[in-house]
Design a protein around this ligand. Structure first.
Ligand code: BGC
Length: 886
């Protein structure tokens, strides 16, 4: 496509660049600025990490374009001022890397705090000053570091203890199953809720680390923990607080049978069914020193989970938002219904005053009947209700601790009097990943689509990616997880979350290499449907592609290989035919076997690539050859030379063959022709795909130069389409293309059809990460300015910094702003459409006219023009291009 860079342009732009750079460095404050956004294991100042060679990340900042880091120096210190690298001084390391940089200092001790900072040298050899100091805390590295035992016996556990003098440092390490709330001297520690993450507890249970230094004091202190059942369906607590006093003394407080236990006010708690809270059973002050606990029983030692204890290293579930209801209705005497205007996951906060013993019930639902009453039919067996029994002491504020619901509507019954605008608040609860992406364009239905995708996505992050947030499932269905992963990565910072989820997948793997449909495994089968099991290789692969993460490949290689080797034992003649769900919830059904064989090929191909990246040549070759065999078998089995179709010629069948280039020779053209006819004519630009076909078809249409058609599909408002959901009031994606509200399978918050979200960024905003220069080290900007779309903008925070693409067009001009992160390079394709004699200006200065370079600007390395587009190669920086013509 691109001819080689014209040497003259290189010289001219290079020269101009040098002049520009020289001019800049004369300016005060210009040149390399201190690195920002320091992270360790993807997290900002993480507490309690148990990775012994953690990876460090920073973003070098620079006032000039086209800059690169040429070297860095990291200092890691045991002292907060980090004035010297007593733990590690990397020295000046010649390297462009500022992501995934592996710590190579002294072996870190457990239960310690390390401070670090970094500086870098730019490509003119000038060094930045040091960054601000960041830190990471190590956790407890082995089971022997835990002094206490698992205890239980009741919902509330407490202990008082003496501290002999001022405290310098205190950390609390806690694994409270199923869920816990940690309280110290009457206050909740931290903001985590529904913690710790749900894992296969008999393989791996997660502990959480809190800095509790400021919550403790010399004298008598109290620690209290409330336990809920969560997914563990039982209660068990392991806690240890390690303290360092100013006088140099160290002490630990840990769980044992000297702790006291009592039932507390939570008399029922269940993820699906909700909580029953009797405020009359509260014992004020129980989590403070001096409380009389004589009537409390002694805690007992309980078995605890069999798995290893490992640090929770991802954003915890938190209350992320509070919603003021849009309206309250009163459809029946004594029944009040609040509408949040948004389907979400979480619970309601209730404000109430009334007589002691009054029982107020809140029920939750996604839907209403026409008469305004709550429709809970699609929740199936999930009761989704919280009951609060008043203590009768003025205003009482209640929110549950150990349950969550998926809902838009809250029904209130048993309320003493008439509720007011203050009575109910919606609390939006999910894993607190940062929203790092945004997309907007001139087509309202696509903005609405982006909105329902992101709401659906985030409210289905509950320490694992869930299928839905309301009914009696909320499982880590792997097909849903793999289908949405790229969309999730474009919209949210998923790196730490997926690192953990991939470990969750590894945890369910058995000796035969099989994994399961849901992770942790409750619903579905073992072995997983291949289109579900593929989440294991695919999410690892996306972690590598989007975040440049090689460690996850190393860590999971053995498991991935075992999984693929298992698939191989099930495959005959290069085909994998077993399938349970096929192209799940499609309008037109595709045989499951073609879906499974497609993923068999995909998984083997990924494994071959991973082996190559890890330098395992022999395996790379062997799996590469296997992939070729599967490819040939796939075509032989599924291609019908009479019709030119794969399998039964559904959109999905042909799209799968085309997506992974499984169609050789003229089969490719024929399958494409059939796919086009099917979409454009037979279905008037509608999809008939299920979640599998939907993930790939949009990208296939774009690859075959039919982004216009893909756009038509994306903008449809008639059945089946995303717009149809929106027109019918969806505020999160539905599970089905059909509008159904009865019992059975029709969730109204199911993110799996949201895979199109990645297409919005990649194609309409035009941001594509280069598959060979991973982690956005190279980017291609190629926005598709389709049909009536006259502007689109996408931006996403990558590991290397922010990437943005924002374009606008008029009759005879196009503007395109891009941001290329520091150290990255980009190719930018600005379409000319039918414009003749185009000229390109950058930041107001003409750089290209009459197919010739007029004048370069800093950062631009090359400009070319062909019949369709002007193509630029640029280094890092923000650019504003304007293409005009006649
Ligand atoms: C879940 C899906 C899942 C499917 C697999 C459903 O019950 O909600 O999203 O992928 O089962 O069959």
């Amino acid at each position: 496509m691109l001819s080689a860079i014209h040497p003259k342009i290189l010289i001219i732009t290079g020269l101009l660049f040098a002049v520009f750079a020289a001019a800049l460095s004369a300016v005060e404050g210009a040149g390399p600025l201190p690195p920002v956004n320091l992270r360790c294991e993807y997290l900002v100042n993480p507490r309690g990490i148990d990775v012994k060679a953690p990876r460090l990340f920073w973003i070098p900042a620079h006032s000039a374009r086209g800059q690169k880091q040429t070297a860095y120096q990291i200092l890691v210190s045991s002292k907060p001022d980090c004035s010297m690298g007593d733990v590690w001084d990397s020295g000046k390391v010649d390297s462009e890397e500022f992501t995934q940089v592996v710590y190579k200092g002294k072996a870190p001790a457990g239960d310690a705090t390390y401070y670090w900072k970094v500086r870098y040298w730019d490509n003119t050899g000038i060094e930045s000053s040091y960054s601000a100091v960041a830190s990471f805390d190590t956790g407890l590295f082995s089971r022997d570091d835990w002094k206490g035992s698992w205890i239980g016996g009741a919902n509330e556990l407490r202990k008082e203890f003496e501290i002999s003098g001022p405290i310098v440092r205190a950390r609390a390490y806690i694994c409270g199953l199923g869920y816990y709330e940690l309280r110290i001297n009457g206050e909740k520690a931290g903001f985590n809720v529904l913690d710790p993450a749900w894992t296969t507890y008999d393989k791996r249970a997660l502990y959480v680390t809190y800095d509790v230094t400021s919550m403790l004091r010399a004298g008598t202190n109290a620690v209290g923990v409330i336990l809920g059942q969560g997914w563990y369906k039982n209660r068990a607590l392991l806690l240890q607080m390690n303290l360092e006093l100013a006088n140099g003394k160290k002490m630990s407080v840990f769980t044992d049978t000297t702790w006291k236990a009592a039932g507390g006010p939570i008399i029922e708690d269940s993820v699906y069914n909700g909580e029953v809270y009797d405020a009359r059973l509260e014992t004020p002050g129980w989590d403070k020193a001096g409380f009389k606990d004589a009537s409390w029983i002694n805690a007992v030692v309980v078995p605890g989970p069999k798995g290893i204890l490992s640090a929770q290293l991802m954003p915890p579930i938190q209350i992320m938002d509070t919603i003021v209801p849009l309206k309250m209705t009163n459809p029946k005497p004594g029944v009040f219904v609040f509408d949040l205007g948004q389907n979400a996951s979480g619970w309601a906060r209730l404000r109430v005053s009334g007589p002691r013993g009054t029982e107020v019930k809140m029920r939750f639902a996604e839907l209403l009947y026409e008469n305004g009453l709550l429709n809970q039919e699609n929740l199936r067996s999930a009761r989704a209700q919280d009951i609060y029994i008043l203590k009768g002491e003025g205003e009482e504020v209640y929110e549950p601790r150990f349950t969550y619901h998926g809902f838009r509507y809250v029904e209130l019954t048993g309320f003493p009097g008439v509720p007011t605008a203050e009575t109910i608040r919606g609390r939006v609860v999910y894993s607190g990943v940062n929203q790092t992406g945004s997309f907007a364009c001139s087509k309202p239905v696509l903005n609405a689509l982006q909105r329902i995708i992101t709401w659906g996505q985030k409210t289905n992050l509950h320490s694992i990616p869930t299928d839905c947030s309301q009914r009696d499932e909320r499982m880590g269905w792997m097909g849903d997880a793999q289908g949405t992963a790229e969309e999730a990565i474009m919209n949210f910072d998923m790196a730490a979350f997926y690192t953990n989820f991939v470990r969750d997948i590894r945890d369910v793997q058995d000796d035969a290499g099989t994994i399961t449909d849901t992770v942790p495994h409750i619903w579905g089968s073992r072995p997983a449907d291949p289109a579900w099991g593929t989440a294991y290789p695919l999410i690892c692969w996306y972690m590598y592609q989007y975040y440049g993460d090689v460690r996850i490949l190393e860590e999971q290689y053995a498991g991935l290989k075992k999984y693929v080797d298992f698939l191989r034992t099930k495959a005959g003649n290069g085909l994998l035919t077993y399938s349970y769900y096929g192209d799940w919830v499609a309008v037109d059904k595709t045989p499951g076997s073609i879906v499974s064989s497609f993923y068999y090929f995909y998984d083997v191909k990924i494994l071959a690539e991973v082996a190559k990246i890890l330098g395992r040549e022999e395996n790379a070759n062997a799996y590469g050859r296997l992939a070729e065999e599967i490819k040939a078998a796939f075509h032989k089995e599924y291609f019908d030379p009479k019709t030119g179709n794969y399998a039964n010629g559904t959109q999905t069948a042909n799209a799968l063959a085309l997506f992974l280039d499984l169609a050789p020779g003229d089969a490719r053209g024929r399958a494409w022709g059939n796919l086009f006819d099917n979409v454009a004519y037979k279905n008037s630009s509608h999809l008939t795909t299920g979640i599998i076909g939907t993930k790939y078809i949009m990208e296939v249409l774009t690859r075959f130069d039919n982004s216009d058609l893909a756009y038509d599909i994306a903008c449809q408002t008639t059945y089946p389409s995303w717009g149809y959901m929106i027109e019918n009031g969806a505020t999160t994606l539905w599970e089905l293309w059909q509008k159904r509200e009865g019992p059975s399978m029709n969730s109204h918050n199911h993110p799996m059809f949201g895979s199109v979200g990645a297409w919005l960024y990649k194609v309409l905003a035009g941001i594509t990460p280069d598959p060979l220069a991973v982690g956005f080290k190279k980017i291609k900007f190629e926005p598709q300015m389709v049909r009536d779309l006259f502007y689109a903008a996408g931006s996403t925070e990558t590991v290397r910094g922010r990437v943005l693409s924002s374009w606008k067009r008029t009759e005879n001009s196009m503007t395109l702003e891009v941001i290329v992160p520091f150290g990255s390079e980009a190719e930018i394709v600005i379409p000319k459409f039918k414009l003749q004699n185009v000229a390109v200006a950058e930041s107001g200065k003409t750089i290209w006219a009459d197919k010739k370079l007029v004048s370069g600007t800093a950062g631009i390395m090359d400009i070319q023009e062909n019949a369709q587009a002007v193509i630029l190669k640029v280094g890092s920086g923000s650019y504003a291009f304007e293409l005009s013509g006649k």
